[in-house]
Design a protein around this ligand. Structure first.
Ligand code: PEP
Ligand code: MG
Length: 328
């Protein structure tokens, strides 16, 4: 069994009809790089930077962040590392000025969180962008912006990135001039009006955890409504399909880093929707890879097309079972 797993680690994630799928890892701190590599990750698809600093009393400065980001990118030895800017203010709180108690609201998921908070506090945001840029000298880094909903937030973020770049140039500090910047699709408005994003960004990543929460109006951390949190709701599938096919048409890569991407029961559905880049907890990679290697996209696609026309959850569920029972 161990030997089999070892083989699986180095095997490429290729479908039976020879489509190469990228399998990336989600990490929350630099020490997880070893686990990501052990699991066969081809890169980091989501580095949740806020986690390094959660539970501390203070805000990490540029130097400390630079050290953390450099550690990850060096550890990945040339593989791409997607660094997400702070996603603070909802369930993830840092006890600093950035999330002080006077900002507490009844509805934090709809409040000043994530990129909204970063743009409201330009000084720490600039420090983070500078730290990421400086680390980009040591490997391949991509910047990922969470919780975008409005076009002007992208424009503002790009302007701040430009500001961070020009300050570094002025100091003659090297960084990757061609660094790519992408956005998370986690808000239904962003999924529906995805053209705004495709025109302005280099890549997209679908955050299904939040996208499902906001689409179904279900608090993802509230146990009382957990049974209504349904990734297979037809509205969710329509949004996923729209984002993935729009990205394909525009020639902009779309990955998925929400929990759906790491669930092997969803792998064939996602392949059938056109997804080719998956990011997940390192431990989930081997099983998802196994599933990909046993899947034939040309067989799956017509079934998934039929699933997209269904409106009854039970029928969708039934078709997913069929999809998963497929043995070749
Ligand atoms: C998501 O929302 O799907 C996501 C990947 O981000 P997080 O879980 O950190 O909110
Ligand atoms: Mg999210």
């Amino acid at each position: 069994e161990r030997a089999k797993l070892k083989l699986l680690k180095t095997a490429r994630a290729t479908t039976l009809d020879k489509t190469k799928i990228d399998l990336l890892a989600n990490i929350e701190e630099p020490s997880e790089v070893a686990l990501a590599l052990e699991s066969g990750a081809e890169g980091i698809g989501l580095f949740r930077t806020e986690f390094i600093f959660l539970g501390r009393g203070d805000m990490p400065g540029e130097e400390e962040q630079f050290d953390a980001y450099r550690k990850v990118v060096k550890g990945m030895e040339g593989r791409p590392v997607t660094i997400r800017t702070f996603d603070l203010g909802n369930d993830k709180n840092l006890h600093t000025e950035l999330s002080s108690s006077d900002r507490k609201r009844d509805n934090p998921a709809l409040g000043l969180r994530s990129i909204r908070l970063s743009l409201a506090e330009p000084k720490p945001f600039l420090a983070q962008l500078r730290a990421i840029l400086r680390a980009s000298k040591y490997g391949k880094i991509r910047i990922l912006i969470p919780m975008l909903s409005h076009a002007h937030q992208i424009d503002q973020t790009l302007a701040m990135l430009e500001q961070a770049k020009s300050s570094l140039r002025g100091e003659r500090v090297p960084f990757d001039e061609a660094i790519e910047i992408g956005g998370m699709i986690e808000v239904p408005a962003a999924a529906l009006a995805v053209g705004l994003f495709l025109r302005r960004l280099d890549f997209l990543s679908i955050g299904t955890n939040d996208l499902i929460q906001y689409t179904l109006a279900i608090d993802r951390s509230d146990e009382q409504v957990a049974s209504l949190y349904d990734p297979l709701h037809p509205a969710v599938l329509m949004l996923l399909s729209h984002v993935i096919t729009s990205g394909e048409k525009a020639g902009i890569p779309v990955s998925m880093c929400g929990e759906l991407a790491g669930d092997p029961h969803m792998t064939r559905l996602l392949l059938g929707l056109g997804l080719r880049q998956f990011s997940m907890f390192p431990a989930q990679i081997p099983e998802v890879k196994q599933k990909i290697k046993q899947s034939d996209i040309s067989e799956i696609t017509p079934i998934v097309r039929r699933i997209l026309k269904l409106e009854e959850s039970a029928k969708i569920q039934e078709q997913i079972e069929r999809l998963n029972a497929w043995q070749l």
